[in-house]
Design a protein around this ligand. Sequence first.
Ligand code: ADP
Ligand code: ZN
Length: 762
Amino acid sequence: MRFISVAVPVPYLASLTYRFSEPHAALPPVGARVRVPLGSRSVTGLVIAHDADAPEDGEARDVEAVLDREPFLPPSVVALCEWVADYYMSGIGDAIGVALPPGARRQTSSFRTSRVVAATAHGLAALDSGATGAPPLPGRGLTAKQRAALEMLAAPAVGLPMATLRDRGVGGDLVRRLVAHGLAAIRQERDDRDPFEAGAMHAPPLRPVDRDPPLALTAEQEAALDRLSALADAGRFSVALLRGVTGSGKTEIYMRLADRVCRMGKQALVLVPEIALTPSVAARVRAAFGSRVAVQHSALSDGERHDQWHRIRRGEVDVVVGTRSAVFSPLTRLGLVIVDEEHDTSYKQEEAPRYHGRDVAIVRASHGQALVVLGSATPSMETCQHATSGKYACVVLERRVLDRPLASVRLVNMRAEYAEEGPDVVIGRELASAVDDRLHRREQALILLNRRGYATAVFCRQCGDTFECPNCSVSLTVHRARAGPPRAASKGWTARCHYCNYAMTVPAACRKCAAPYLEQAGFGTEKVEQHLRERFPDARIARLDRDAVRRRGALASLLSRFAAGEIDVLVGTQMIAKGHDFPRVTLVGVISADVGLGLADFRAAERTFQLLTQVAGRAGRGERAGEAIVQTLYPEHYSIQLACRQDYPAFFERELAYRRAMRYPPVVALVNVIVRGRTFAAAMHTATDLAHALGPSAARGGFAVLGPAPAPLVRLRGEHRVQFFLKGARRADMREALKAALAAMPHVRRRATVDVDPVSIL
Ligand code: ADP
Ligand code: ZN
């Protein structure tokens, strides 16, 4: 009797053992899909291993069907998923789930076809005869619609896809009539939707990319490329940090390194934080490698993703560019992984499996003897510590290309501003006059406030009642109502929860005491936009935050309008701070630098430093020098001071000292466990039991259990949340202890969220 281990799509579950009872058939290979029974259902699973022993109770059900004779997922990716499931304590099915392309569990065909219609020679003749007024084709003339359709079809010699015809008003009936008359023919074609063309990467590269002759690298770039090339040539696993100030030309180095690796017959994987926000890297990869590139990210349609995935699987591409899940791409000759903006928090997936794309990339490269390049102007503390200790190579670009200076940064102490100008100031005098200046010089400005909405709270001035979310322990954010004429009573205000999306219309009077004295407090990007409009009525002002770009395509269109100079001032959240390269931006304004400093997160200073340095880095990337004006209540805080000086090494030293003193990562490892319950007492009770069960392991040394305590967001989507931390030097000890404790309390598993190396601890 032969057995195989199969990953099935069920949360938290380890692989299951199934019996393969066809005596003469070959076992399905590791990575192949199989249909297996699960309870009363039948599911598509993936073969994880062959040599599984018979289960202890001797009971194993039979594999129903083998869907692939060859591995569907390369065995190296299966191994990577096993690592992810183990390290991040997810189920193996969760991990395999992120590696599979859309539809992999539904269908067996590895590609899709589309139906393409082309005019036949016969059809063209009909067109000609019609056009010359000659007698129409045997028996009947063409209607105007049919003529139009034939003309459309005759233009491209290869015809048009059915879907395109439909978009242009030519339906299936009309096509079938043309075919019936022998005027057109339909053929099946493999259809690889090209997401570059389909507009997923809309924003055009800002500068010509096919440079001829290619850019001459600066001496610094040259030296960096030499060192990285040597590492790539060695054909061994290694990790290098490429720390280069904003605008130092890191992308150019990525391109050349990828090219070099491809020439050696290997493949390159380029990870970017959010493709829509960093279209320039993806567009440059595309321009440099043309059709040898595939792209993988969640903004693609399922169909596009599916097609791109299969192109990779068939070995048709040399370079893959994508967001974190692209780290699971089915590449088989991987030689180089680039993680651009490696400090970016969007590399961490905040649902199971809670993996970090950068860290998985490193593990993947280690399995395959590849080089990993981690690029950033503001590396994470973790990465920089490894670079400092010598575990990673460290390559530094200190200067911007073409001797462009870094933006000069000025701090504005808002406490003084409030004292002189009153407490309602949003845009201080210095920033206002700098914006004015840019408008006159026809240059552009970016204004950052990392908080969306109009106001951050509503309260009654008479009784003090505040508007809190009924499901979450946060106050509702005020937005201007999205559509329709503002209602007099509510002035068109909506109060919304940013966690669960609960929304209500803000009433004219207090719900509790009926006093008509509702007041708004705090402010977000919508208010900044309004103040700017009032102050600069002739300026072209737009806002970029998650509310402004809900519609598909809205983000790309905003960015390309800004790039084309159709917008003078762009207000936004951290979305404007990412790796954009807009050469006409000469001013960056930060409305409140300290938004993130108040959060109960040990990474608050690191995040603030990164955000400020990155946003200042958007200024002065063209010919004219840039300037940043940073409004803050805490001008003396080290993260703000050092971001102003754009002094990364000093920040790292200072922050590391704090992490050492407080014993926070990267000095120790952290595991966050959140237990959810219907009542606070229930959640606390369960969390206490679980933490207690860890006691003996913790006492043997290795790690500490901190808590349980109410989570900062003590209520979220109607559930109560209690959290505790495991803190220690060795993750393996913590993981083993937690696994054992959870295995002993199976009813708790569903209610506990385990986050290994958490990035956000709210
Ligand atoms: P980073 O990613 O380090 O912020 P980029 O790679 O976006 O910087 O480069 C900034 C700009 O400088 C881009 O427009 C790029 O085309 C340009 N650039 C890069 N290298 C050179 C060079 N050697 N000479 C001239 N321009 C360069
Ligand atoms: Zn809520």
